[in-house]
Design a protein around this ligand. Sequence first.
Ligand code: PLP
Length: 268
Amino acid sequence: MPPASPETATRHDQHGRYPRAETVEDFAHNLAVVRQRMAAACLRAGRDPAQVRLLPVSKTIDEAHIRLAYQAGCRLLGENKVQEAHHKWEAMQDLGDLHWSVIGHLQTNKAKLVARFASEFQALDSLRLAETLDRRLQHEGRSLDVFVQVNSSDEDSKFGLPPSEVAGFIQALPQFTALRVRGLMTLALFSAEAERVRACFVRMRELRDRLRQDAPASVALDELSMGMSGDFEIAIEEGATVVRVGQAIFGARAVPDSHYWPGLVSAG
Ligand SMILES: *Cc1c(COP(=O)(O)O)cnc(C)c1O
């Protein structure tokens, strides 16, 4: 697949400036705008929009606002921190069809929490964590969709496995029968230079395609979770099947991103 639209720019200049959504109508509007941008990116790349899932990311957002997003149609929400996600899950038990995806780095000692309530975990990056999650899930009688997080930008600060280690890692996953491996997840380089961002996404697609050739039968590598508010259109052009979008739906966050992505250098 040649780069569909090499001129597509990042939107990192908008970072921190999105207005806060305060009503159901605001959420409906923001979701429609994001979906329309997703559809346009699909069109440029000759892809079917039905193959790309929008995962709204609600980190730092309070319960009242999450309930508005729910009323606007959100049924699966991404959270970076497991404790925050667990609190929200507990607080919104009355919304029986609201599900949670944990998308941030997880310490092994918190695997127990994820096993209890999450529907999806996108930041699997060690065998020790896989083993602990699997054990806790067996205990709960649950299973979990997981994505292997890959460091596609070679930045020391990023979580995720180096691309060269993913093949070996994946070979070891079938023993953990409560984990349903769906694909790979990454955070691209946080840069205003679109071509450097695009290179991360291309690298992920090529890695996924290569890994597929000799992945164990029980390991599905169909999914590529990549792209956020500032770069999801480029990610879709390069094959993303899940985009994780926070600010463009909920509005700018008060908490600085360095809280979630240690060592983050701002886009210039
Ligand atoms: C916060 C977050 C996102 C969404 O970022 P936005 O800029 O708000 O769209 C995506 N992925 C991860 C892992 C995150 O922590």
